[in-house]
Ligand binder design. Structure first.
Ligand SMILES: [Zn+2]
Length: 379
């Protein structure tokens, strides 16, 4: 098998590059992944895959042996990028790196997962359990993990292991960060800055709220990290108007379920307190909720993590360290299903237009995908 894999990788480099190029050129902002999903569906069908479908969340799903299985392992890589552009990106290269927005995150991982899938189809490998291969939608920011939520709903109670290919192979993320994001609107009486001086200002009241939120003592717990941030504020009408409206985007995060709950309670109590004071009216819109891990079988998660570290270090010849990330794993982990985020490339500049991918990391990543996926197949 090792020789078969080695030959396959050696002979796949060109195809790997042209598939990466084709995918990079299809813009896929979160919620608008339909073109990539269609492309991947026909690509898989051209390799001989049967039963590929696109669901309402725009996931492209290839179930292998899943019909009657209650022991399904999921492998996924996300199709969406953080860039809102709807015109195609160009894949540039200087011989050492590929450059394009989204080229690493997560288009390269997606490409390698698809090429590993092609190997499985080509060699007619027999699955030992249900294997669900998913090019999933909506991983980034306000996509809110819609794609993974849909998968976990459709295969409820049947998924026993979950892997997402995302990130650099120097890191593995078996823990996840939960985050809650809100838009807070503030309305106050306002008026003319001179004539109505002394009336309540939405800007002033929102500023007071922000000060109070920043005065929180974040819960301290061993191995847990908890953070918060007001990322955007806006409001007001003109320099000589006491503001009637102001709003902000606020988030807090933690990798611990109790700390996240503490921040949630603190936030809502603070809003209630300000509303009771009655100087201004605060309303809250929930922008996104990403849960964190809850009740996951630690032994199983540790075993999966160990295996991933072994494979990544073995193939990349570089150390692979543990990290915490917010990824598609948040959803299975919040449901108590062990899930690991596996890095498969070497690159940098994710979420920036200068993103670059080390070309020589592609065969390494493909090898990592193959090793992990083939654990679930016999010959
Ligand atoms: Zn990503």
């Amino acid at each position: 098998m090792e020789t078969l894999i080695k030959n396959y990788i050696d002979n796949s480099i060109e195809e790997l590059h042209s598939l990466l190029k084709a995918l990079v050129e299809i813009p896929a902002p979160s919620h608008h992944e339909e073109k990539r999903a269609e492309f991947i569906k026909s690509w898989l069908e051209n390799q001989g895959a049967k039963g590929v479908y696109i669901d309402d969340a725009l996931n492209c799903v290839y179930p292998i042996n899943c019909e009657n299985s209650n022991d399904i392992v999921v492998f996924c890589a996300h199709t969406d990028t953080v860039f809102p552009d709807t015109t195609p990106f160009e894949l540039k290269s200087d011989g050492e790196y590929f450059y394009a927005p989204g080229v690493c995150d997560d288009t390269s991982s997606l490409t390698m997962m698809l090429m590993a899938t092609k190997f499985i189809i080509e060699n007619k490998l027999n699955p030992k359990r249900g294997v669900l291969i998913v090019a999933n939608s909506c991983e980034e920011g306000l996509g809110n993990l819609k794609g993974t939520k849909k998968i976990m709903e459709d295969y409820k109670g049947r998924v026993t292991e979950f892997y997402t290919f995302d990130g650099n192979y120097s890191h593995v993320a078996p823990r996840c960060v939960g985050s809650h994001r809100y838009e807070v609107n503030c309305e106050a009486e306002g008026g003319h800055s001179f004539g109505n001086f002394g009336k309540e200002s939405a800007i002033h009241n929102l500023a007071k709220l922000i000060t109070e939120l920043y005065a929180v003592k974040v819960p301290v717990k061993q191995n847990a990290k908890t953070t918060f941030n007001v990322g955007i504020i806006e409001g007001g009408t003109s320099v000589n108007t006491i503001a009637q409206n102001a709003k902000m985007l606020y988030e807090y995060r933690s990798d611990d379920v109790e700390c996240l709950k503490y921040m949630e309670d603190f936030f809502h109590q603070t809003i209630d307190k300000f509303n009771q004071e009655g100087k201004a009216k605060f309303t809250v819109n929930t922008v996104g909720i990403r849960p964190c891990a809850d009740n996951v079988d630690e032994n199983k998660l540790n075993a999966m993590t160990e295996r991933v570290i072994t494979v990544c270090e073995n193939r990349s010849k570089k150390p692979c360290t543990l990290t915490t990330m917010s990824t598609d794993c948040n959803i299975p982990l919040s449901l108590g299903i062990p899930a690991v985020c596996v890095g498969v490339y070497d690159g940098s500049g994710e979420h920036r237009r200068e993103e670059k991918l080390l070309i020589s990391s592609l065969p390494i990543g493909l090898n990592i995908c193959l090793d992990l996926m083939l654990d679930n197949f016999g010959e």
